[in-house]
Design a protein around this ligand. Structure first.
Ligand code: BES
Ligand code: ZN
Ligand code: ZN
Length: 517
């Protein structure tokens, strides 16, 4: 999708479809909705006035009203998209409304469209004050790009219904505001594309996206983005002593891939990074298919386990965005990719493994494989010089039981690193809920015969046992663990999103990294 930013009265823009956002400005729970358009263009307001006066459009989030040949506008259609209550206006709402506009255009065969940048006319500034121009334009771009993607690449009856061009149209404003809007527009483009890149990887079936293929895709992305990328396999795992990662991989005929992507900031001439400058380590779980191994999963819904590399995809997507946004901080991403299979060469319950860090692990369940590959990934990232770690993984069903599919889980061993992550969420608009991993839980993974075991002794608090396991390998290094099992796959169709891979965590990881620059 081509994207363009224009500064002019939206009424004068010739386009097949102009979308404008609307809020409900009524006060009080029982009051009738009072709809206001977020535009300063009188012509746009007038065009919708008589329909809005009927009260049939209430501006709830994702609600749509389509007018053909709107009076006084150059646009062929005017699409009014609801944002919900003005009082509750949020970046996330704006992102969803932009997505709604795009997804309303697609089935209508509309190829080109415009979105009117939200401007407050009917609203007092108070409502938009938490939504600075940069954040608004960024969210619109992200929401639109993410909404545009559909999963029809494997259908032979594919009907191309894409929106090829999107214009964001804001009124003439002073230069500084223009710059702010432009900045958000550019960032939104980068981050939205990166999120879609991750989603496309997750959508790929296990027979196509093997660990080797994931390595190839990461390498190709890095070459294009100007990042260094190394892809290793079994030999390197053995050489590094990655006994945990290797154990998971050895049941499959598909060789594993250890993918290392590096971003080095280019500083101005004569400047160097401080000796104690942070080095960010992004570690991803890349199980291209999780059968459970010898502790095999039930057949019901197993096909979804192609998404068990969503953590890896999030990191690869994040690296793509980082390469484009160029923060002044070094970033190394380590992706551990394997296929978890039952076979004559598979690892077994009861096996004792030796991780790269030297810790010994008793395997209780071969389906708890994600933490094993991450254990070696986290330790390896530290040996590469990472001072701060973040990992993302579709790690536990227990996290889905705990938080459902709205919030993903976040764990941390460091308050400063967590505070920065919390700040990143304010920009990304993603929903993560913190769960504990304090040493009170340490005993849950104590083994009789090895240092630790790969599942908790009981079934309670399974997301926490997994986090406690990873924490052993993060050690004293500030570390964030994202359990995205419940949020990496959208189960529901919404006006702004289709079912399937969500690309969750890309945006938050990128912002977290930037907060260290
Ligand atoms: N990839 C799964 C996590 C998962 C399970 C995601 C269900 C989404 C839905 C992971 O490898 C796994 O199987 N974890 C086990 C751990 C258990 C054996 C301790 C789980 O959550 O059941
Ligand atoms: Zn598993
Ligand atoms: Zn898994």
């Amino acid at each position: 999708m081509e994207t363009k930013l224009l500064f002019q009265d939206a009424a004068g823009l010739a386009t097949p479809l102009l979308a404008v956002f609307a809020v409900d400005v009524s006060i009080g729970k029982d009051a009738d909705p009072l709809v206001a358009l977020l535009t300063t263009s009188d012509a746009v307001s007038n065009a919708a006035a008589s329909v809005l006066a009927t009260g049939e459009f209430q501006a709830t989030l994702g609600e749509q009203l389509l007018l053909h040949k709107p009076d006084g506008l150059k646009a062929e259609r005017l699409l009014v998209v609801g944002l919900g209550k003005a009082k509750a206006l949020s970046v996330d709402g704006v992102r969803k409304a932009a997505g709604t506009a795009v997804r309303a255009a697609k089935p209508r065969g509309v190829r080109e469209m415009a979105i009117a940048f939200p401007e407050d006319h009917a609203l007092d500034d108070e409502h938009l004050e938490n939504l600075p121009p940069t954040l608004l334009s960024r969210s619109i771009l992200e929401g639109a790009l993410v909404a545009e993607l559909d999963w029809d690449t494997y259908r032979s009856d594919r009907k191309d219904r894409s929106v090829d061009a999107l214009t964001l149209v804001a009124r003439e404003v002073e230069e500084t505001t223009k710059k702010e809007i432009q900045l958000g527009f550019d960032e939104g483009r980068v981050v939205g594309d990166a999120q879609n890149f991750a989603r496309l990887l997750v959508n790929e079936p296990g027979n196509v996206l093997t660990p080797t293929e994931l390595g190839k895709r990461a390498k190709a992305m890095c070459t294009e983005a100007g990042l260094k990328c190394e892809v290793y396999s079994t030999e390197k795992l053995l050489e590094l002593g990655m006994g945990a990662f290797h154990a998971v991989a050895k049941g499959s005929a598909e060789p594993p891939a250890l993918i290392v992507m590096t971003y080095e900031p280019k500083l101005e001439k004569g400047k160097t990074l401080a000796k104690d400058a942070p080095v960010m380590g992004l570690v991803g779980k890349g199980i291209t298919f999780d059968t459970g191994g010898i502790s095999i999963k039930s057949a019901d819904g197993m096909e979804k386990m192609k998404y068990d590399m969503a953590g890896a995809a999030a990191m690869i997507g994040a690296m793509r965005a980082i390469a484009a946004l160029k923060p002044a901080v070094k970033v190394i991403s380590v992706v551990c990719s394997a296929e978890n299979m039952p076979s004559a060469t598979a690892y077994k319950p009861g096996d004792v493994l030796k991780a790269m860090s030297g810790k010994t692990i008793e395997v209780l369940n071969t389906d708890a494989e994600g933490r094993l590959v991450l254990a070696d990934g986290l330790h390896y990232a530290k040996t590469l010089g990472c001072t701060h770690l973040i990992n993302a993984a579709t790690l536990t069903g227990a996290c889905v039981v705990a938080l459902g599919m709205i919030n993903a889980g976040v764990f941390s061993n460091d308050e400063d690193a967590y505070a920065k992550f919390d700040g990143a969420l304010k920009i990304s608009g993603e929903k993560f809920w913190r769960l504990p991993c304090t040493d009170d839980y340490k005993d849950v993974i104590k083994s009789q015969i090895a240092d630790i075991m790969n599942t908790g002794g009981s079934r309670w608090g399974g997301a926490i046992s997994a986090a406690m396991f990873l924490k052993e390998f993060a050690g004293d290094t500030p570390w964030i663990h994202l359990d995205i099992a419940g949020c990496a796959w959208n189960e529901e169709v919404k006006p702004w999103q289709t079912k399937g891979p969500s690309g969750v965590a890309v945006r938050s990881i990128v912002e977290w990294v930037r907060s260290f620059a």
